[in-house]
Design a protein around this ligand. Structure first.
Ligand code: OOG
Length: 267
């Protein structure tokens, strides 16, 4: 899996390590930093090397990789952020907030929340697969949320910037898993409620027309990175709506028809 990543270009490694350290410092301090591309030309492969180096720093502090998150899989998100390519970021155990748990926004810069569909893998997945083949690797599906927190000033970035910044991954939560055969993911209504008030509504169809297409994209990106998504991994399929600001001292509930809800209280 990403643990055995083999594609980091050696020539870019020292630069990637330094850029990753700058983003990591911003995340740890909860303070925004300038876009990397303001001062450093960055292509997509080097941006992924920076992302990997940043997650390696987290793993060196004791975190473990537990999945991946897909980004820009919906038009609403592409339009909101002004980019037009599907990307991924890596998820660690330290980013996971238990269902019903408390999320401290104090250490975050400018958090935003978005509703998602999550997949739990039961089999390894990598390569060019059809949605039906991807579906055979799925052991569970759930409603989930992701909290994004761009490490960049003003939440503004180019595509290589956001890839380097681990696709803005900050926190996520997942509701109870459901057997995939019992849920039709094509057109599920998703809502985010903040203190009982709906603040975002969308459909799972907004995720590349069907969230399973996001899983096939994850398999393709895994193959391109020469890694395998492992059984037990969580794959967040990408937002079904634009992301909304996540305030402190709020009770937030993310629901999907037929999949129940996941809840979080912010401080
Ligand atoms: C980048 C991450 C986008 C999604 O679901 O589209 C993303 C961002 O908007 O900060 O996670």
């Amino acid at each position: 899996m990403p643990g055995q990543h083999t594609t980091t270009p050696d020539a870019a490694a020292p630069e990637a390590t330094a850029l990753a350290a700058a983003l990591d410092a911003a995340a740890l301090a909860g303070r925004p930093t300038a876009r990397l591309t303001d001062t450093t030309p960055l292509d997509v492969p080097t941006a992924y090397a920076v992302q990997r180096a940043g997650v390696d720093r987290r793993c060196a502090r004791g975190e473990s990789l537990i999945g991946v998150k897909m980004g820009f899989t919906s038009r609403a998100k592409m339009a909101q952020m002004g980019v037009d390519d599907v990307i991924w970021g890596l998820l660690t155990d330290a980013m996971l907030v238990e269902d019903g748990g408390v999320l401290d926004t104090g250490g975050l810069i400018h958090p935003r929340i978005e509703p998602e569909i999550a997949f739990l893998l039961g089999r390894p997945l990598s390569g060019r697969v059809t949605p039906a083949e991807a579906a055979r690797a799925v052991a569970g599906v759930a409603v989930a949320y992701e909290v994004l927190d761009s490490r960049y000033d003003g939440f503004r970035f180019t595509l290589p910037d956001v890839i380097a910044d681990n696709a803005s991954a900050a926190r996520f939560g997942v509701a109870a898993w459901h057997h995939p055969d019992r849920v039709d993911l094509r057109n599920l209504g998703l809502t985010v409620e903040c203190d009982g008030r709906p603040v975002a509504t969308g459909s799972s169809a907004a995720v590349l027309g069907h969230p399973l297409r996001s899983l096939t994209a994850a398999a393709r990106l895994a193959a391109e990175a020469d890694v395998v998504l492992e059984p037990g991994f969580v794959v967040l399929a990408g937002a079904a709506t634009a992301a909304v600001p996540l305030p402190p001292d709020a009770y937030v509930r993310i629901c999907a028809a037929g999949l129940g809800a996941v809840e979080v209280t912010t401080r």
